[in-house]
Ligand binder design. Structure first.
Ligand SMILES: NC(=O)c1ccc[n+]([C@@H]2O[C@H](COP(=O)([O-])OP(=O)(O)OC[C@H]3O[C@@H](n4cnc5c(N)ncnc54)[C@H](O)[C@@H]3O)[C@@H](O)[C@H]2O)c1
Ligand SMILES: O=c1ccn([C@@H]2O[C@H](COP(=O)(O)OP(=O)(O)O[C@H]3O[C@H](CO)[C@@H](O)[C@H](O)[C@H]3O)[C@@H](O)[C@H]2O)c(=O)[nH]1
Length: 393
C-alpha cells in the first residue's frame, strides 16, 4: 500500500526533522520512506493520503484567538482532491474542529473519496516511542460500507505493529472531537492541580504530597498531576480554545466558560510564579541578575511554542533587572535571542541599562545571579547543586 504523508514532523524554524532524542532503527530493505515535494505524482500514486499540516489558532478575523485556522489544511485538501485517484483514502491527521470531515469539501465532480479521522496523540520529545508503542490508534469513518472498508484499510497499516485491541474505530465526528477532548482533559488536570498548589502555599499543605495521595486512587490516576508554571506547547492551549470556540458556535456559553477557565488558571499559575520570584527578591529586580534555566516548553525538545519560559522572561523584563540570563541545553542561542528580541518590553529594559543574554553554559548563566529559575524540567537541572554551582552563585 502506498502512503503519502503530508507533512512529517518538521520544525517550523529550522526545517530539520524532529527525531530529537529518540533513536530510530528500521530493518534495511528497499527504501520505504521517501521525501518529495512532487505532490501531484505522490498523491496520484497513493492509496492513502495523510494530511498532517499545521492547524494553529486563528490570529485575525472571525473567531480570532480561539477558532482553528484551517487555511493550510484547506489548501492541501484542495490539492489532494485534485490529484488523487478515485477511491483514494484521505486521512485527517492534523487536529481539526469537529465536523471538518463534513464541512470541508474533499471532492472532485463525479469522484468519491473516503475521509477518515485518525488523530495523532504523540507528545513532543517522545514522538518515536509514542508512535511505536501507541496506547491507542483512533480511526473515525463515515457509517457506510465504503467508510468501514476505508477504516479497515487504514487499520491494517497500523496492525503490523499495534495490537488489534488498541485500534479503536468510531464515527468520524467522535474521532475528531475525541482528539480535542483528550488534550482538553489533560490540560484541565494540570490546571486543577495548579489551583490546588495555590491553596497549598497558603495552608502549609504540600502539593506533591496531595498529588501523590489522590493519584493513588485509580479512578484519578497519577499522571498529569505535576504542579508548576502551567502547561505550554503548541497543542494544549490551541485545542482547548478550539473546544471553547466550538461550544460558542453551538450556543453553549456555560460549556465555553468552563473550558476557558482552564486557560485562565494556566495563566494564573504562570503569573503567580513570577509574583513569588519578585516578592522573594524584595519586590524589586533593579540591579539584579535573574537566570532562567530552560527555554523549551518541555524537556528533551527544542520546541519553544507557547513555552512558559517566554511569558516569564517577558514579565521579568518589565521589572527592569540588570540582566536576564537564559540557558537551554537544546535550543540554539541565536534562536532564543531572535525570539526574545521581539518582546515589547525589551527596548524599555535596554533603555534602563538592562539586558537579556543567552549563554551556552549553565554555570556561566548562573554566575553572580540573585535567583535561578528552573522553567523546563530538563534532567540536568535536577542535580543537587554541586560545589561548582554554589561557588558560581
Ligand atoms: N506537534 C505535536 O506534538 C502534535 C501532536 C499531535 C497532533 N499534532 C497536530 O498535527 C498538526 C501539525 O502539527 P505540527 O506541530 O507538526 O505543526 P508544524 O507547524 O510543526 O508543522 C506543520 C508542517 O506542515 C507544513 N505545511 C503547511 N502548509 C503546507 C502545504 N500547503 N503543503 C505542504 N506542507 C505544508 C509546514 O511547512 C510544516 O512543516 C496540527 O494539527 C497539530 O495540532 C501535533
Ligand atoms: O503533570 C504535568 C504534565 C505536563 N505538564 C506540562 O504540560 C505541557 C504539555 O506536556 P505534554 O502533554 O507532555 O506534551 P505535548 O507534546 O504538548 O503533548 C500533548 O499534546 C499533543 C499534541 O496534541 C498530544 O498529541 C499529546 O497526547 C499531549 O500529551 C508541558 O508544558 C508540560 O510541562 C505539566 O505542567 N504538568
Amino acid at each position: 500500500m502506498a502512503l503519502f504523508y503530508l507533512w512529517l514532523c518538521s520544525t517550523p524554524r529550522t526545517g530539520n526533522l524532529q527525531f530529537a532524542t529518540s533513536a530510530v532503527s528500521a530493518p534495511a530493505s528497499s527504501p520505504n520512506l521517501v521525501f518529495t515535494t512532487d505532490l501531484p505524482t505522490s498523491v496520484s500514486e497513493a492509496d492513502v493520503v495523510l494530511i498532517a499540516v499545521n492547524t494553529p489558532t486563528k490570529s485575525h478575523g472571525r473567531g480570532a484567538g480561539e477558532a482553528t485556522d484551517m487555511a493550510a489544511f484547506e489548501v492541501v485538501t484542495e490539492l489532494v482532491s485534485r490529484h488523487a485517484n478515485p477511491g483514494t483514502i484521505i486521512v485527517e491527521k492534523s487536529t481539526v474542529p469537529c465536523r471538518t470531515a463534513k464541512l470541508l469539501a474533499i471532492h472532485r465532480p463525479g469522484v468519491h473519496f473516503d475521509v477518515l479521522s485518525n488523530p495523532e496523540f504523540l507528545a513532543a520529545g517522545t514522538a518515536v516511542a509514542d508512535l511505536l508503542h501507541a496506547d491507542r490508534i483512533l480511526i473515525g469513518s463515515s457509517n457506510t460500507p465504503s467508510g468501514h472498508r476505508a477504516a479497515a484499510a487504514l487499520a491494517s497499516v497500523y496492525a503490523s505493529w499495534i495490537p488489534q485491541s488498541r485500534i479503536i474505530t468510531t464515527n468520524v465526528f467522535s474521532s475528531e472531537l475525541a482528539k480535542l477532548v483528550a488534550n482538553a482533559m489533560l490540560a484541565q488536570r494540570i490546571s486543577s492541580i495548579n489551583s490546588i498548589a495555590a491553596v497549598c502555599d497558603e495552608t502549609g499543605a504540600d502539593v506533591d504530597e496531595v498529588a501523590r495521595a489522590i493519584g493513588a486512587d485509580p479512578r484519578i490516576g497519577r499522571q498529569f498531576l505535576r504542579a508548576g508554571i502551567g502547561f505550554g506547547g503548541s497543542c494544549f492551549k490551541k485545542d482547548v480554545l478550539s473546544l471553547v470556540y466550538l461550544a460558542e458556535t453551538l450556543v453553549l456559553p456555560e460549556v465555553a466558560d468552563y473550558w476557558r477557565a482552564v486557560i485562565a488558571m494556566n495563566e494564573f499559575a504562570r503569573n503567580r510564579f513570577v509574583s513569588r520570584v519578585i516578592k522573594g527578591l524584595n519586590n524589586t529586580l533593579a540591579g539584579k541578575k535573574v537566570t532562567v534555566l530552560g527555554y523549551a516548553f518541555k524537556k528533551d525538545t527544542n520546541d519553544t511554542r507557547e513555552s512558559p519560559a517566554l511569558d516569564i522572561i517577558r514579565s521579568l523584563a518589565e521589572e527592569g533587572p540588570k540582566e536576564i540570563a537564559i540557558f537551554d541545553p537544546l535550543c540554539i542561542p541565536a534562536q532564543i535571542m531572535d525570539e526574545v528580541s521581539g518582546f515589547a518590553g525589551l527596548r524599555a529594559l535596554q533603555s534602563r541599562g538592562g539586558r537579556v543574554a543567552v549563554y551556552a553554559d549553565a554555570y556561566a548563566a548562573c554566575q553572580g545571579s540573585h535567583a535561578v529559575l528552573i522553567t523546563t524540567e530538563f534532567d540536568e537541572f535536577k542535580n543537587t547543586p554541586s560545589e561548582r554551582t554554589l561557588e558560581h552563585l
